[in-house]
Design a protein around this ligand. Sequence first.
Ligand code: VGL
Ligand code: ZN
Length: 207
Amino acid sequence: MKTLLIIDLQNDFLPGGALGVAGGDELVPLVNDLLPHYDHVVATQDWHPADHGSFARNNPGHAIGDTIDLAGLPQILWPTHCVQGSPGAELAPGLDATRIDTVFRKGTERDIDSYSGFHDNGHRHSTGLADYLRNKGVTELHICGIATDYCVKFTVLDALAEGFNTTLLADACRGVNLTDGDVERAVLEMSEAGAKIKETGGILFAK
Ligand code: VGL
Ligand code: ZN
């Protein structure tokens, strides 16, 4: 069972969005081309309440990019993004959503963020994704989406910790790069943790 896991391919993470990531829009046609190559496709959606603690707006005296303590965990402050039910939270238009079997939502609790599709940042609650994948008999997990240096990275690390055979589809990801080199460092960290790093050409053009 080969599964594609698409991370946070949502309007607010596309160029022009609230937390726009350069080149995020380029992933839509690429991911559409990948879809038929998998038995099973799962997506995640960043899905915050309007009063979420990761939004700079909800932390008076702090600015975007500051790191605060949010209920005991360090938290980078972001622009308001992916508010539940808002257009920015919708999956990218043009993504062939008919091929997505299930969507897991994360970041729904006000006082804790969730970069990973599996657990919140404190590993306090699971989203149910790991059990879902195990029940489906998933053996091989390929991960793509946004952002390489945040949600993709933490999802890949959790997938490995959950024991999945995990591949990062490197050219099917885009990163925030708050600091120059963040994306490269994230890829290295995933690789050192045991993820295979592949390019999509090997999947699209496999014989
Ligand atoms: C993400 C920052 C805040 C992501 C989500 O999808 O990588 N990054 N929320
Ligand atoms: Zn978020």
